[in-house]
Design a protein around this ligand. Sequence first.
Ligand code: SF4
Length: 199
Amino acid sequence: MDPSSTLDEVRELALKCTKCGLAQRRNSVVFGEGNPASPLVLVGEGPGDQEDKSGRPFVGAAGKLLDRALLDNGLDRTDVYICNIVKCRACDWRGESAFNRPPTPEEISACSDWLDMQLTAIAPKVILCIGSPSANALIRKGFQITKERGQLMNCKYAKVAIATLHPAYILRQRGQRSDGGYSLLVEDIARAWMHACVD
Ligand code: SF4
């Protein structure tokens, strides 16, 4: 079976999903984008405000930092595939104002079938988990991102998984004397790409 046509079928169904409460006030199901034939898939936590509005993953400030880290490795979004463990924006509403929050375990579980079908269709060699919620979902519960990032881990969807710091975390951490972990993100992408390109 052609993997990209299978992915298209999964995407078409996911775009209509109402399996959890996040469907109620979303603007977009942010399914994922990039090169479905890539040996490397990057998986984050979920869409935020700008992703919800645009329907694309990682397009806000964190996304720009991720693009820069890819570029520092000679890569761009056409070289990899990017998606999230949860496809709709998790937020609390106060009146007409929305406030981002982490997805609940129930929401992650409800969305896991889409991620399962998506990663099975793509069948990448390497998965790079962006941030701890993704590593908890795809590597193992209790994953300690600051201690275990950059290490080769088992994952049912790929030959190997590696976890790295989320660019939003890096933006919060960085200051005059620290890059906030940006160099580690660049290093982890390099390692993931190297393993993805090995037969
Ligand atoms: S978050 Fe996932 S399970 Fe929930 S409505 Fe969106 S696509 Fe469906």
